[in-house]
Ligand binder design. Structure first.
Ligand code: UDP
Length: 238
């Protein structure tokens, strides 16, 4: 597998071409941003942690039957993935009230939801990822009805698996963001894409409620690197 030119560079990751047009390399950076890019910084070895955590979780999800873009981890910061066209809708799954949900609806952070809640946001930095409805997705053609149905169904299955994995190591999976992509296989087969890491999940210690995720960076709580490393340790990846 030969690494070729950079195809794309985002805030936390970059994508490189390979000699196989169907495969690309996802490179995880230490750069961190919050509040739609207003707050910038670096978290030492974040890229390594997020690559290891994402690789492990994608591997487990594939094993329980969730189709994903993940092929294999290549090294500390890189993984081989299938090239997809990203659906421009960010899917947020919530098990506990936190963040924008607490703020928008005036609920207490930490309130347990009686069932998982799925939300959709338009993937648009220019607009600050606004909350959207199913009707918006349909009327503006961001995904088909069949895709939305598959996304919701997969999200619930992913949630069941992830909640169990984290609960097993004493961590509450509060909420997280997923992205899905279409494979260039002639059928636009939908697969889970992007990353699942302390950058994209809220992870609280079950006993102490200590935040072990990017909120330590967003809210200047300190101990950011230690929190990311704790996730690696709990998952047995250090
Ligand atoms: N999230 C993300 N990327 C985004 C927006 C949200 O990974 O662009 C994650 C975030 O880390 C949290 C969950 O999605 O785990 C819900 O985020 P929320 O809507 O509460 O927004 P925030 O408080 O992060 O602005």
């Amino acid at each position: 597998m030969e690494k070729r030119e950079k195809l794309y560079e985002g805030k936390a990751k970059a994508i490189f071409a390979t000699d196989d047009p169907k495969l690309v390399i996802q490179y995880f950076k230490d750069d961190a941003t919050a509040f739609n890019g207003e707050k910038k910084g670096t978290i030492t070895d974040k890229g390594v942690v997020n690559n290891l955590v994402t690789s492990r979780l994608m591997g487990i999800l594939a094993a329980v039957g969730i189709p994903t873009h993940f092929v294999k981890r290549l090294n500390q910061r890189e993984q081989l993935i299938r090239k997809v066209e990203i659906v421009p809708v960010e899917v947020v799954i919530r098990n506990v009230v936190a963040g924008s949900l607490a703020k928008r609806l005036g609920r207490e952070e930490g309130e347990r939801l009686p069932r998982p809640v799925v939300e959709f946001y338009l993937k648009s930095d220019a607009l600050g990822d606004p909350l959207i409805t199913l009707d918006h997705i349909d009327v503006f053609g961001w995904a088909t009805d069949e895709e939305v149905e598959a996304i919701v169904e997969m999200s619930h299955r992913i949630n069941d698996a992830l909640v169990a994995i984290f609960a097993g190591v004493g961590i509450r999976l509060v909420d997280y963001k997923l992205e899905f992509g279409r494979l260039p296989d002639g059928h636009d087969t939908l697969v889970l894409a992007d990353e699942i890491s302390p950058d994209t999940c809220r992870l609280w210690d079950m006993e102490t409620n200590k935040k072990l995720d990017k909120d330590r960076f967003r809210r200047d709580l300190g101990g950011v690197e230690e929190a990311y490393h704790e996730i690696l340790h709990r998952l047995g990846l250090d």
